[in-house]
Design a protein around this ligand. Structure first.
Ligand code: GLC
Length: 546
C-alpha cells in the first residue's frame, strides 16, 4: 500500500496559545521585508504588503513573524545600515504602517519581532555625521571607534582586522580641508561604522530605541550581530590573514567577547519590565554550542539561532552530533534550542543539501523541515522555504545588491540568491508579488512554486509545512520538552521519540525497511507498507503517533 499523508488536522487557537514562555515552542517566520509582498508597485516589498498577506501566515500556522530592518536607511546593506532607528524608510511605508501591521498581526494571533541593529549605524546616521565633523578625540567621535593610523603619516590602518564583507575593517577619514585624518572601524561595509558600546550615550540611546518599539507593541527583537558589540580591549591585531567570516566559528577579538553578555542582561531587564513576554533573540555566531548557550542564560536573551544546526552536513551522524551538543548546551542553562535551516544570509537549504542536484535538494529540504519541527524547542522558517524555493544561482551581476558581492570574497558566496521576491500567484512574473515588477528577477519556473500553485496539492511543500505546523499545534509531545533517541534504528537513520510521538529520518540514498513504530501522521515522501513493515524511501522523514 502506498500512502500519501495529506493534511489531517488544523490547530485550534487554544492549542497554539502557549502560556508558559511562548517562545520556547514557537515557530517564527522570517519576513525579508523587501521580498515578501509589494503593495505599491515599486518592485520592493513593504509593510502594507505584509499586512495584506498576514492571513497567509496565520493560515500557515506560525506563531510569530520576524521583520528584517525597515528603518530609514540608505540601503547600503539591505537596511542593516540604519540612519534613524525610530523612522520607517519611505521604501517600506511609514510609522503608521508599522503600527497597523503590529495591530493586525496581534488581531490574527501572531506576534511580531523586529530587527535591531546595535553593532553599527549607517554612515548617514546623525551621530556619524557629527563624528566626522568633530575633531580627533572629540566627544562625537567617542560613540564610534576612531583611531589614528599607523605608519609615519598615519597612512596604515590601526590594526589588521578585516571586514566581514572583504577588505580592511578600517576606512580613513578626510577632513573638511581635504587632509587625511583618523580611521574608523567597520566590521561590515564602510557605510556601517561600528558603535562604541563603552560609551554611555550609546547604551542609553539603544534603551530608548528599544522602548520606542516596545511601546508601539512589538513582541521582541532579533538582535543583529549580538556577538559583535564589544571588542577586545586595545583592539589587538589578529595576526592571521584569513578572512573573517560572519558565518563562521573563528575565535576573533571582535566577536563573542565576554563583555557582550552584560549588554544582553541589561536588555533582558528592560524587556521584562514590559508585560506580555517580550523576547530577545541573538544572531550570534559563536565558536561552539557551549559559547552560544551563554547568550540564553536565564537572565539574558530568550533565544539564539542554532547556526551549528544550519551549517551541519546532511547525514545521520553529523546531525545527531549537532542535535546532542545543542540540546546539552541549552539544557545546561535551562533554555530551549532554536532551530533554523535558512535565512537571508545563507544559501537556501533546498539548494545547499542538493550539492548541484535540485531534486535531491528539495527531497532533503522537505525531510529536514520535518526533522526540525519535531525537535524540542522553537524553530524559525525563512520566507519561501515553505514553498521549497531553491537559491537563485544565476542572477546577472548587474541586478545584484549585496555589498559582499562588490567587496570581494568576504562572505561565503553572495546573498542575493536567497532574497529573490516570493511567488504568490499567476502565470507571469512577478507572480503576484505586487502590481509592478520585482527588484530581483524571479526564475520562470517559480510559476509552479507559487503559493497559489501549491495550495491544495497534498504533495506540495507548502501543504507539507501547513500539515506539519498544524500537527505541531495538536500533538502535545512536540515543541518544548525532551526527546529520546531510539537506538535500534539502522545506520543512516535517525529515530527519536517524544511523548506520544516518534520521528524517523532516513538520511541514506536508498530506502530502508523498518518495523512500523506507530500510526503515520505525516511524511515528506510516500511510504510503502507491507505487513508490519514500512519502507521509507531515501532522504525521507516520517512522523508517527504512538
Ligand atoms: C547580520 C545580518 C546581515 C547583515 C549583517 C550586518 O548578520 O543578518 O544581513 O549584513 O548583520 O548588519
Amino acid at each position: 500500500m502506498t500512502q500519501d499523508l495529506a493534511p489531517t488536522v488544523r490547530p485550534s487557537a487554544d492549542a497554539r496559545a502557549h502560556t508558559d514562555g511562548w517562545w520556547r515552542s514557537a515557530v517564527i517566520y522570517q519576513v525579508y521585508v523587501r521580498s515578501f509582498a509589494d503593495s505599491d508597485g515599486d518592485g520592493i516589498g513593504d509593510l502594507r504588503g505584509i499586512r495584506e498577506r498576514l492571513p497567509y501566515l496565520a493560515g500557515l500556522g506560525v506563531d510569530a513573524l520576524w521583520l528584517t530592518p525597515f528603518y530609514a536607511s540608505p540601503q547600503a546593506d539591505g537596511g542593516y545600515d540604519v540612519a534613524d532607528y525610530r523612522a520607517v524608510d519611505p521604501l517600506f511605508g511609514q510609522l503608521s504602517d508599522a503600527d497597523d501591521l503590529v495591530r493586525e498581526a496581534h488581531r490574527l494571533g501572531l506576534r511580531v519581532i523586529v530587527d535591531i541593529v546595535p553593532n553599527h549605524t549607517s554612515d548617514q546616521h546623525a551621530w556619524f555625521r557629527a563624528a566626522l565633523a568633530d575633531r580627533p578625540g572629540g566627544t562625537a567621535r567617542e560613540r564610534y571607534h576612531f583611531r589614528p593610523g599607523k605608519g609615519e603619516r598615519g597612512q596604515l590602518p590601526p590594526n589588521d582586522w578585516e571586514s566581514v564583507f572583504g577588505g580592511p575593517a578600517w576606512t580613513r577619514t578626510t577632513g573638511p580641508d581635504g587632509e587625511s585624518g583618523e580611521w574608523y572601524l567597520h566590521l561590515f561595509a564602510p557605510e556601517q561604522p561600528d558603535l562604541n558600546w563603552d560609551n554611555a550615550e550609546v547604551r542609553a540611546e539603544f534603551d530608548s530605541v528599544l522602548r520606542f518599539w516596545l511601546d508601539l507593541g512589538v513582541d521582541g527583537f532579533r538582535i543583529d550581530v549580538a556577538h559583535g558589540m564589544v571588542k577586545a580591549a586595545g583592539l589587538p591585531d589578529i595576526g592571521l590573514s584569513e578572512q573573517a567570516k560572519l558565518i563562521g566559528a573563528q575565535v576573533l577579538p571582535f566577536f563573542d567577547q565576554d563583555g557582550v553578555h552584560e549588554i544582553h542582561r541589561a536588555w533582558r531587564q528592560l524587556l521584562d519590565s514590559y508585560d506580555g513576554q517580550r523576547i530577545g533573540v541573538a544572531e550570534a555566531w559563536a565558536p561552539t554550542s557551549e559559547r552560544l548557550a551563554l547568550y540564553v542564560r536565564p537572565d539574558e536573551l530568550h533565544q539564539a539561532f542554532n547556526f551549528q544546526f544550519l551549517t551541519c552536513d546532511w547525514g545521520a551522524a553529523p546531525m545527531r552530533q549537532v542535535i546532542d551538543e545543542s540540546l546539552a548546551a541549552t539544557r545546561s542553562v535551562g533554555a530551549p534550542t532554536t532551530w533554523v535551516l535558512s535565512n537571508h544570509d545563507v544559501v537556501r537549504h533546498a539548494t545547499r543539501y542538493g550539492a548541484g542536484d535540485e531534486e535531491l535538494g528539495l527531497r532533503r529540504a522537505r525531510a529536514a523541515a520535518l526533522l526540525m519541527l519535531a525537535l524540542p524547542g522553537s524553530a524559525y522558517v525563512y520566507q519561501g522555504e515553505e514553498l521549497g524555493l531553491p537559491e537563485v544561482v544565476d542572477l546577472p551581476d548587474e541586478v545584484r545588491q549585496d555589498p559582499a558581492f562588490f567587496r570581494g570574497d568576504g562572505q561565503d558566496g553572495t546573498r542575493d540568491g536567497c532574497r529573490v521576491p516570493l511567488p504568490w500567484s499567476g502565470e507571469a512574473a512577478p507572480y503576484g508579488f505586487g502590481p509592478g515588477g520585482s527588484w530581483l528577477p524571479q526564475p520562470g519556473r517559480w510559476r509552479e512554486l507559487s503559493v497559489e500553485a501549491q495550495s491544495g496539492d497534498p504533495r506540495s511543500t507548502l501543504e507539507l509545512y501547513r500539515s506539519a505546523l498544524a500537527l505541531r499545534g495538536e500533538l502535545p509531545g512536540l515543541g518544548d520538552g525532551e526527546m529520546v533517541w531510539l537506538d535500534d534504528a539502522p545506520e543512516g537513520v535517525l529515530a527519536f521519540s517524544r511523548p506520544g510521538f516518534v520521528c524517523t529520518l532516513n538520511t541514506l540514498g536508498a530506502e530502508v525497511a523498518l518495523p512500523v513504530p506507530g500510526r503515520p501522521v505525516l511524511s515528506s515522501a510516500a511510504l510503502e507498507f507491507a505487513g508490519g513493515t514500512v519502507r521509507i524511501p531515501s532522504d525521507t522523514c516520517v512522523w508517527w503517533a504512538v
